[in-house]
Design a binder for this molecule. Structure first.
Ligand SMILES: *Cc1c(COP(=O)(O)O)cnc(C)c1O
Length: 370
């Protein structure tokens, strides 16, 4: 067959050079590769218990012939009431990932610097790069925590945006109150602090609510991002939100989004999920309990793990993690091997149902002892 490629058109150089997002394999792909029917999907930090039954009821009542509400009025009203913030400071996204893209698009361009941590959540690097910005990373400490000293130095240099996830994907650690205060106090005028709290609902109550802390800081530019994908079990519907320090930041985020960015099913489902916080709290309590069980088991195997305040563990397998992940996949267990330079011996494993976690630990133990 002859080559059917279209003639080359010069692309946007920043987009053409982007690294691919390291997404977890789908269950269908894993079935094909492993030849097994039962798959333990532990790569994407999803909630093994799913969403509140109120979500299915809301979806059954949906009129899909109507466009979704571009202002997400009902969802923003519910969030505003729950969080105690004015609705003009809340922006909803097709997942909070879309808000990371919107912030990058709204604030970054060639010549700008975005700061994040290493290892980092992929989109905290990819979206700034897509906007033509340069990315600087503050690496984790030898004991798998935030290097707050380094972070404070880098923030004080005045990057345009600082993306910090706390609890930290992929490491699992969270900033304590004193550390959060040091980070926030370092933010100079001209820098937007984006505190990504995708795992907020999973933190121990010894740790601060970043939004509650930042609400008192009207002197600074900040956005807190949260999502319905993790604790609320709605990853497949794609809905997250950002709360901004003021309405102007929210307006700029909104301007960088497409008009009907959050579909009607996602809006209805998120409202229903918010009406049943008890369901989410029950799921997160089970996940935290099962996390402790898996953490103890892996530590007994001699593995080094960061203290986690999330629904995953970042495990140093002390050898090529991609090869281990491949071998686990052949046994029907999907995990995420970290591919970022310097962290290639780490696996990130999500906390699934108890039996899935055990299966992962059994298979990993067999592989490490082989
Ligand atoms: C999962 C995750 C998100 C994105 O979640 P959405 O599904 O797009 O809402 C954002 N930030 C971090 C740190 C995450 O782990």
């Amino acid at each position: 067959m002859h080559d059917t490629r279209a003639p080359a058109v010069e692309p946007n150089a920043a987009i053409a050079a982007l690294p691919a997002y390291n997404a977890g394999l789908s269950i269908a792909q894993a079935r094909r590769v492993s030849g097994r029917d039962e798959i333990a999907a532990l790569a994407s930090n999803e909630n093994p218990y799913g969403a509140s039954p109120a979500v299915a009821d809301a979806l059954a009542r949906l009129n899909v012939a109507r466009y979704s509400d571009p202002s997400c009025a009902a969802l923003r009203a519910a969030l505003g009431a729950q969080l105690g913030v004015a609705v003009d400071r809340i922006v909803c996204g097709n997942g909070s990932e879309e808000l990371i893209a919107a912030l990058s698009r709204a604030y970054l361009g060639p010549g700008d610097v975005a700061l994040t941590v290493a290892p980092c959540f992929g989109l905290h690097e990819i979206e700034p790069l897509a906007a033509g910005a340069r990315v600087v990373k503050a690496p984790m400490t030898a004991d798998y925590g935030f290097d707050v000293d380094r972070l404070v130095v880098e923030i004080a240099k005045g990057p345009k945006i600082a993306f910090v996830s706390s609890p930290w994907n992929p490491v699992g650690a969270a900033l304590d109150a004193a550390e959060l205060k040091r980070v926030v106090d370092a933010v100079p005028h001209g820098t937007l602090l984006v505190l990504d709290e995708a795992y907020f609902e999973l933190i121990d109550d010894t740790h601060p609510d970043g939004l509650a802390f930042l609400k008192a800081r009207e002197d600074l530019a900040w956005v807190v991002l949260r999502t319905f994908s993790k604790a609320y079990g709605l990853a497949g519907l794609r809905v997250g939100y950002g709360v901004a320090a003021d309405a102007e930041i929210a307006r700029l985020m909104r301007a960088a989004l497409t008009p009907f960015n959050v579909n009607a099913a996602a809006q209805a489902a998120a409202c229903a999920a918010l009406s049943d916080v008890a369901w989410m709290k029950d799921a997160t309590a089970r996940i935290r309990r099962d996390r402790a069980t898996l953490d103890a088991r892996l530590k007994a195997m001699g593995l080094k793990i960061a203290p986690s305040q999330t629904n995953f563990l970042f495990v140093n397998v002390a050898r090529d993690a991609a090869a281990i992940a491949q071998a686990l996949l052949a046994r029907g267990v999907i995990v995420k091997p970290w591919k970022e330079k310097g962290y290639e011996t780490f696996l990130r494993v999500s906390i699934g149902a108890a039996a899935e976690n055990e299966r992962f630990a059994d298979e990993l133990e067999a592989l490490l002892n082989a």
